[in-house]
Ligand binder design. Structure first.
Ligand SMILES: [Zn+2]
Length: 103
């Protein structure tokens, strides 16, 4: 980085595990975890997601089980991905909450 004349802030993370890495960044006040921003960006292109109704996309775009069990969807207008709250979302929320609770 020094050879490239990097002018930004360089942070060397010592931990190997994601939990400890996030805690290091939180303690250094490099990042802030804001629950209201959870699941607000596309995992593929990082664009902001917008709320969409189930009528706004083709029914074969999602598994039938998802259509039968979910009522709220968000979509990325840039890459057209559709997101919904599944069990993975609650696990991720619990994981992130446990990190902020430990600080
Ligand atoms: Zn996207």
């Amino acid at each position: 980085m020094a050879k490239r004349s990097f002018t930004g802030r360089l942070i060397i993370i010592g931990a190997d595990r994601i939990r400890e890495q996030l805690q290091e960044l939180l303690e250094l006040e490099v990042i802030v975890i804001q629950e209201k921003k959870f699941f607000s960006r596309c995992l593929i292109c990082n664009d902001l997601l917008v709320a969409v109704s189930v009528e706004s996309f083709r029914k074969d775009a999602l598994p039938l089980y998802v259509l039968q069990t979910q009522q709220q969807f968000t979509a990325c207008e840039k890459c057209r991905r559709i997101y919904w709250g599944g069990s993975h979302r609650e696990r991720a929320r619990a994981f992130l909450s446990s990190i902020t609770a430990a600080i």
